[in-house]
Design a binder for this molecule. Structure first.
Ligand code: SAH
Length: 250
């Protein structure tokens, strides 16, 4: 029996944004691993085992999944959004690099998903229409000084910035510190998007200026997008707005 491991991005929440390839791989799996809330989105087919684990146990989860695949099971590991963007895919390769050399012969397939930034951008217009960068505000896996250095460089280089993991109960002050740093480098009118639980029933999106941006508007379900001096806000008659970053740089 030859096992396999599929690392699957589930998209931002709406089942319509799960790709057909991801759905087929989930259907094929005998065992599905993931953080509990993500796993809850996967319909369980008869005979399929679901293994829920905590958010912080990614490397252990990857090792257990690899062991099961080695034993011949058809294993899937799921992440929200795209598994390669602050998700399980890198944890799987880290486990392979450090683990049993025989794991390198396993069939491992990474199946892409729609990352939160793409779903958020599509909701508000085209804010990622020109060069952009993506930063996780979590300092669980890197020192805070690395985050501030990267944010300062990104703002000065004129990148639109997508901030993942902007806040959680354990990390309450980081987003406020990030806004302070950005206010010193970008115009006060720079648009900022707070997009929470996008494509889920409790979706909430607000577009404000950098001067108004209040870190209390974000929680662990929020993606924060910070525009550039070029990002345009188009007001609509109903009071809503589109946001886009022109394709040509100033
Ligand atoms: N692999 C995921 C990201 C995991 S990190 C992806 O590609 O989207 C978790 C962070 O993703 C959250 O803190 C939040 O910043 C963002 N996120 C995930 N789903 C989201 C959604 N539906 N709406 C807004 N932000 C989301």
């Amino acid at each position: 029996m030859s096992g396999e491991l599929a690392v699957i991005g589930l998209g931002p929440g709406d089942a319509a944004l799960l790709t057909p390839q991801a759905a087929a791989a989930l259907e094929r799996a005998s065992d599905v691993f993931g953080y509990g809330p993500y796993l809850a989105r996967v319909p369980m087919r008869t005979g399929q085992q679901h293994h829920a684990s905590d958010n912080r146990e990614e490397l252990d989860r990857a090792r257990t999944a690899l062991e099961l695949a080695q034993a011949g099971a058809r294993v899937a590991i799921v992440s929200g959004g795209d598994a390669g963007v602050f998700g399980m895919a890198a944890a799987v390769f880290e486990a392979i690099e450090r683990g049993d050399p025989a794991w390198r012969a396993l069939s491992v397939e990474v199946i892409p998903g729609i990352s939160a930034m793409l779903a958020v951008a599509a909701r508000v217009g085209a804010p990622l229409g020109h060069d952009f960068c993506v930063v996780s505000l979590s300092d669980n896996l890197k020192p805070w000084e690395v985050v501030t250095r990267r944010l300062a460089a990104a703002a000065e280089a004129g990148f639109v910035i997508a901030l993942y993991n902007p806040a959680s109960r354990a990390r309450p002050w980081q987003l406020g510190a990030a806004f302070k740093l950005l206010r010193a480098r970008l115009p006060a009118t720079t648009p900022v998007v707070f997009a929470t639980a996008v494509t889920r029933p409790d979706e909430h999106i607000a577009i404000v200026t950098l001067a108004e941006a209040d870190a209390a508007q974000a929680d662990m379900r929020t993606l924060v997008l910070i525009g550039t001096a070029q990002t345009r806000l188009l007001r609509r008659p109903d009071g809503s707005a589109w946001l886009y970053t022109p394709r040509s740089a100033a």
